[in-house]
Design a protein around this ligand. Structure first.
Ligand SMILES: CC(C)(COP(=O)(O)OP(=O)(O)OC[C@H]1O[C@@H](n2cnc3c(N)ncnc32)[C@H](O)[C@@H]1OP(=O)(O)O)[C@@H](O)C(=O)NCCC(=O)NCCS
Length: 134
């Protein structure tokens, strides 16, 4: 973890595509990715010697409703708590900017229950996770 840096910044579209490729997610249209990243209210990037290896972002209204999206860690860096680091930055941002009782949501596979429950999320049967930020 010696050369790992965490930066609150928007990734380039190329960096975002690199990460999506690394985790095997479908590649989306370039201009739509750009629009989506630009409309995000918060982005965090993790780099190893300048190369992006992790990412997460929030979309929402910035005060009362937040949706967490695109939490990704390149497979060779997984299981080293980098995902946890990204989620901590995201939850800190939400806590610093939300009203009491803000709704925070995300969609995730049920195998990630343990990962998200550590941050206070509960899930329903449709893989929707949510919490009220009190
Ligand atoms: C999900 C993801 C971001 C986790 O990142 P990570 O850096 O490996 O996670 P951490 O090392 O911080 O893991 C923390 C805990 O989450 C759980 N966890 C993480 N990845 C998991 C997985 N793939 N399956 C089951 N549990 C997992 C573990 O319980 C782990 O706790 P432990 O260390 O006590 O075992 C990463 O696996 C990833 O990028 N996956 C592909 C993309 C994806 O599915 N993103 C989630 C979208 S909702």
């Amino acid at each position: 973890m010696g050369n790992i840096t965490v930066t609150e910044r928007k990734p380039s579209v190329e960096e975002y595509i690199q990460l999506r490729n690394s985790v095997g997610w479908k590649i989306l249209q370039y201009d739509k990715i750009e629009k989506g990243l630009n409309n995000s209210i918060y982005c965090v990037c993790v780099e190893d010697r300048g190369n992006i290896i992790g990412f997460g972002r929030i979309v929402g209204d910035g005060g009362t409703v937040f949706y967490i999206q695109d939490i990704m860690v390149t497979p060779s860096y997984q299981k080293q708590k980098i995902g946890t680091l990204i989620m901590r930055k995201i939850m800190d941002y939400i806590s610093d900017n939300c009203i009491d009782g803000a709704i925070v949501g995300l969609i995730a596979l049920s195998k990630l229950d343990k990962f998200y429950k550590k941050f206070g999320f509960v899930s329903n049967q449709n893989n929707c996770f949510y919490r009220y930020n009190d």
